[in-house]
Write a protein that binds this ligand. Structure first.
Ligand code: F3S
Ligand code: F3S
Ligand code: ZN
Length: 178
């Protein structure tokens, strides 16, 4: 099952994955689902080798969103992105995916396709804010785990409490009082 294109409407914010630059962060949406990762032989073997359960973990990112329940650690997205939006999260913090909900990452993880820690790893859009909307990642992902939509900024801003309705509708900001 590919990523739900309406995930910001159908999911809730579970947490905030912070960037250690102190400025950027991406949201984590859940509850998630049982999908491709739970059916993939390489992924199942890797989880078994670690003694970790495959449980629903949800979606990381909002404008560049990766459904971690669908991601099977293929890495094509990581290779395709011209501005290194993604990193293999386990190459920076080797934690179970469920523990990444409110973590802080610095973006020092690997951005090389074949450097996944193992098949429990996931592409994390740690530099979502650098996306140039080229869409390369979307078309190369075998399970279609990625949704890129610039207009989802609205959901990011609503979750952040910075959403400005008048700006989003393209109308002029209210005139200044004199
Ligand atoms: Fe990279 Fe995908 Fe954006 S390839 S530039 S994250 S649309
Ligand atoms: Fe995962 Fe698809 Fe990227 S399977 S690592 S999101 S290409
Ligand atoms: Zn994340």
């Amino acid at each position: 099952m590919p990523i739900d294109p309406d995930f910001p409407r159908n999911h809730k914010v579970l947490g905030k994955h912070m960037h250690s630059d102190g400025e950027h962060y991406h949201y984590v949406w859940g509850p998630g689902k049982t999908a491709e990762a739970a059916e993939n032989e390489e992924v199942k073997a890797a989880f078994a080798a670690r003694g970790e359960e495959i449980a629903p973990v949800g979606v990381h990112g909002t404008m560049v969103a990766v459904d971690w329940d669908s991601c099977v650690a293929d890495g094509a997205c990581i290779e395709a992105c011209p501005v290194q939006v993604f990193q293999w999260y386990r190459t920076e913090q080797d934690l179970p995916a469920s523990k990444m909900v409110n973590e802080t990452s610095s973006g020092t993880g690997s951005t090389v396709k074949e450097e996944r820690k193992d098949y429990t790893d996931k592409a994390d859009p740690v530099r979502e804010h650098d996306c140039i909307w080229c869409m390369a990642c979307v078309s190369v992902c075998p399970p279609q785990a990625i949704k890129v939509d610039q207009s989802n900024l609205e959901f990011h801003e609503k979750a952040s409490g910075t959403f400005n309705e008048s700006l989003s509708k393209g109308s002029a900001p209210p005139p200044h009082a004199h």
